[in-house]
Ligand binder design. Sequence first.
Ligand SMILES: Nc1nc2c(c(=O)[nH]1)N[C@H]1C(S)=C(S)[C@@H](COP(=O)(O)O)O[C@H]1N2
Ligand SMILES: [Mo]
Length: 414
Amino acid sequence: MDSRKSNRRGFLKGGAALAGLAAGAAQSAKAQTPEPKWHEKGTNKEIIAYGERSRFVTSLRAPVAERDSPDAFGLMFHVLTPLQDSVGSITPSSLHYVATHRGSFVPEIDPKEHRLMIHGMVDRPLVFTMDELKRFPYVTRVHFLECIGNRSKPTHKTVQETHGMTSCSEWTGVPLSVLLKEAGVQSGASWIVAEGAEEIKGASSIPLGKAMDDCLVCYGQNGEAVRPQQGFPLRLIVPGFEGIFQTKYLRRIKVVDRYYMTYNDYGHINPDPKVSALGNQIGPKSVITYPSGGQKLSGPGFYEISGLAWSGGGAIRKVEISTDGGKSWKDAELRTPPYPMAHTRFGFHWNWDGKECDLQSRCTDELGTVQPTRAQSAQFFNKPLDENYRVPGADNTIQSWRIAGDGSVHNGLA
Ligand SMILES: Nc1nc2c(c(=O)[nH]1)N[C@H]1C(S)=C(S)[C@@H](COP(=O)(O)O)O[C@H]1N2
Ligand SMILES: [Mo]
């Protein structure tokens, strides 16, 4: 049976309920919407010089549950994107998750003083100023980032807690391959080590093949300069690889002939280049953001299930939805262009009958890889789930949201 068709039928059935909800509006829109109050003219700097969102929109990032951020010493740790309020596929820069290690403060870097050095196994070691970098041909691409620590636990209540360490931006920068060709990579080179400017240096070893393929040296994010928390003035984007490779405050790239165990790589990467070339890729992964944990449905009737899907293996090809805890699946619709290694929004028309049920999403990427269940993932890593029901490796497993009879939504792991 064509599941799209059945989804469509569901939508039409739901039309009646929708019409009922909106009936009051038909009489006079003017009468129902009060006259707006106005911001004080000319006095509000935020409104004139740099736009602020409405004060009625209050969605915020939050620290991970176990750790205050900033802590008692004023140090900052991971903060999570409020995915439950997300629409479309781009994360507002202000709400991008932040992962900062060993509690580093956000470095304040003067772009006039910042330099990028490329050296090691190259014919011409080069040092670029920001102005020089901006003279190179650039590209703009949409890519997600995700921290390897992004994993769902039974104690997590909301999608911000279970999945908030992933975000998606439009990145602008120079292809790393262009800069490496300018420097002239010597034969025998097989890896690069990328280093950030701040105290812990955020260094990562990256296979040369990946560096020459699609990595970007970025100075732009969502139409403006990369934000300080995301690496201003320069950051490396390694599309589809786990977060730790996306070196912020990028100041140095060394071309080398072997893998280096840097601070950041410890425990993150397999020293065998063949294994690591695929082992560092994220996903495929997806999650329903509405309805999700902590939200409440107001009663039986039509709902639009909405969520995000992404994969380090390329573009998202398919997203399926189950409303019966994974027993049966129907195709969702992709609602944003499925760019490679980018968040892709999906939607699904659903009529809730008011009974308790489990909602799940499952995606497939362009390699044909299907998002696994927790049991399948444990089997893949050949290790049992731990006492917190966590998967042993990177967690790209299917997330379940339980809808209770009163419409409240709960983590299906709990
Ligand atoms: N220089 C530097 N780069 C870094 C890090 C860091 O601490 N310092 N953290 C890494 C980790 S673990 C992740 S998940 C991503 C997070 O990027 P974001 O903070 O922009 O979300 O940056 C990576 N790059
Ligand atoms: Mo991370």
